[in-house]
Design a protein around this ligand. Sequence first.
Ligand code: SAM
Length: 226
Amino acid sequence: MSPRAVRWKTTRTRFDVADLTLDLVLLDGFEANVAHDAQRRRGRPDTRPGADISPMFGVPWPGAATLGTMLATGPDLDGTTVLELGCGLAIPGLIAALRGATVVATDVHPDAATLLAANARHLGVPVTWSRWDWRDPAPPEAAGRFDQVLASDVLYDGSLAAPLAQAFADHLTPDGTGWLTDPGRPWIGEFVREAEARGLTLTEDLAESGGDVVHRFRVTAGAARG
Ligand SMILES: C[S@@+](CC[C@H](N)C(=O)[O-])C[C@H]1O[C@@H](n2cnc3c(N)ncnc32)[C@H](O)[C@@H]1O
């Protein structure tokens, strides 16, 4: 049987991020969609690469609002380039695009593309999508180096620390800045070690997002520049 797209239950929700209001299509509840998906797929496995990963892509995570607020309130991004890793709904990437950046948003799950396309179209901004699992070589859309590399809430498995650090090292320009937000999962120390081993410099601060504490890491190629 040929693989087919999973039909998720979606809803439309308004998000206020700084002084921006984003009207987004997203999954109508994470757990409800996991159950719905399991029922629909019984006996009909979805064999597309990445489709076996849970639909974390379809709901917003606190770190996305933290990066989104930072981008919405920061300097204009006209003429700059942004790569988002594990973008899910790509709230930071969409805001970067609204602020003028040229954005490539990537995620391992193929169905992230559908929501991203709908939301980018609704907001009237171009965002290039590419399916990318950072444990694999980068696809052409994500090749090269970017002024900013963004990742919010993507370290939910220890095996991801090294490939994520490598993605920052490979895709930041020498003067670029990377941002990683994380709710404080156990693998963040490993990510810091892996990033520093690749010549990256990290600084951390804490932010608040809807009552959640978010660890925000600024990543630069500082050590390599010196
Ligand atoms: C917790 S969600 C966060 C989504 C979004 N960044 C946010 O903050 O709202 C984790 C995301 O990372 C993606 N992801 C997980 N492992 C990945 C990998 N190896 N390569 C690329 N994306 C990955 C998932 O599909 C999911 O969209």
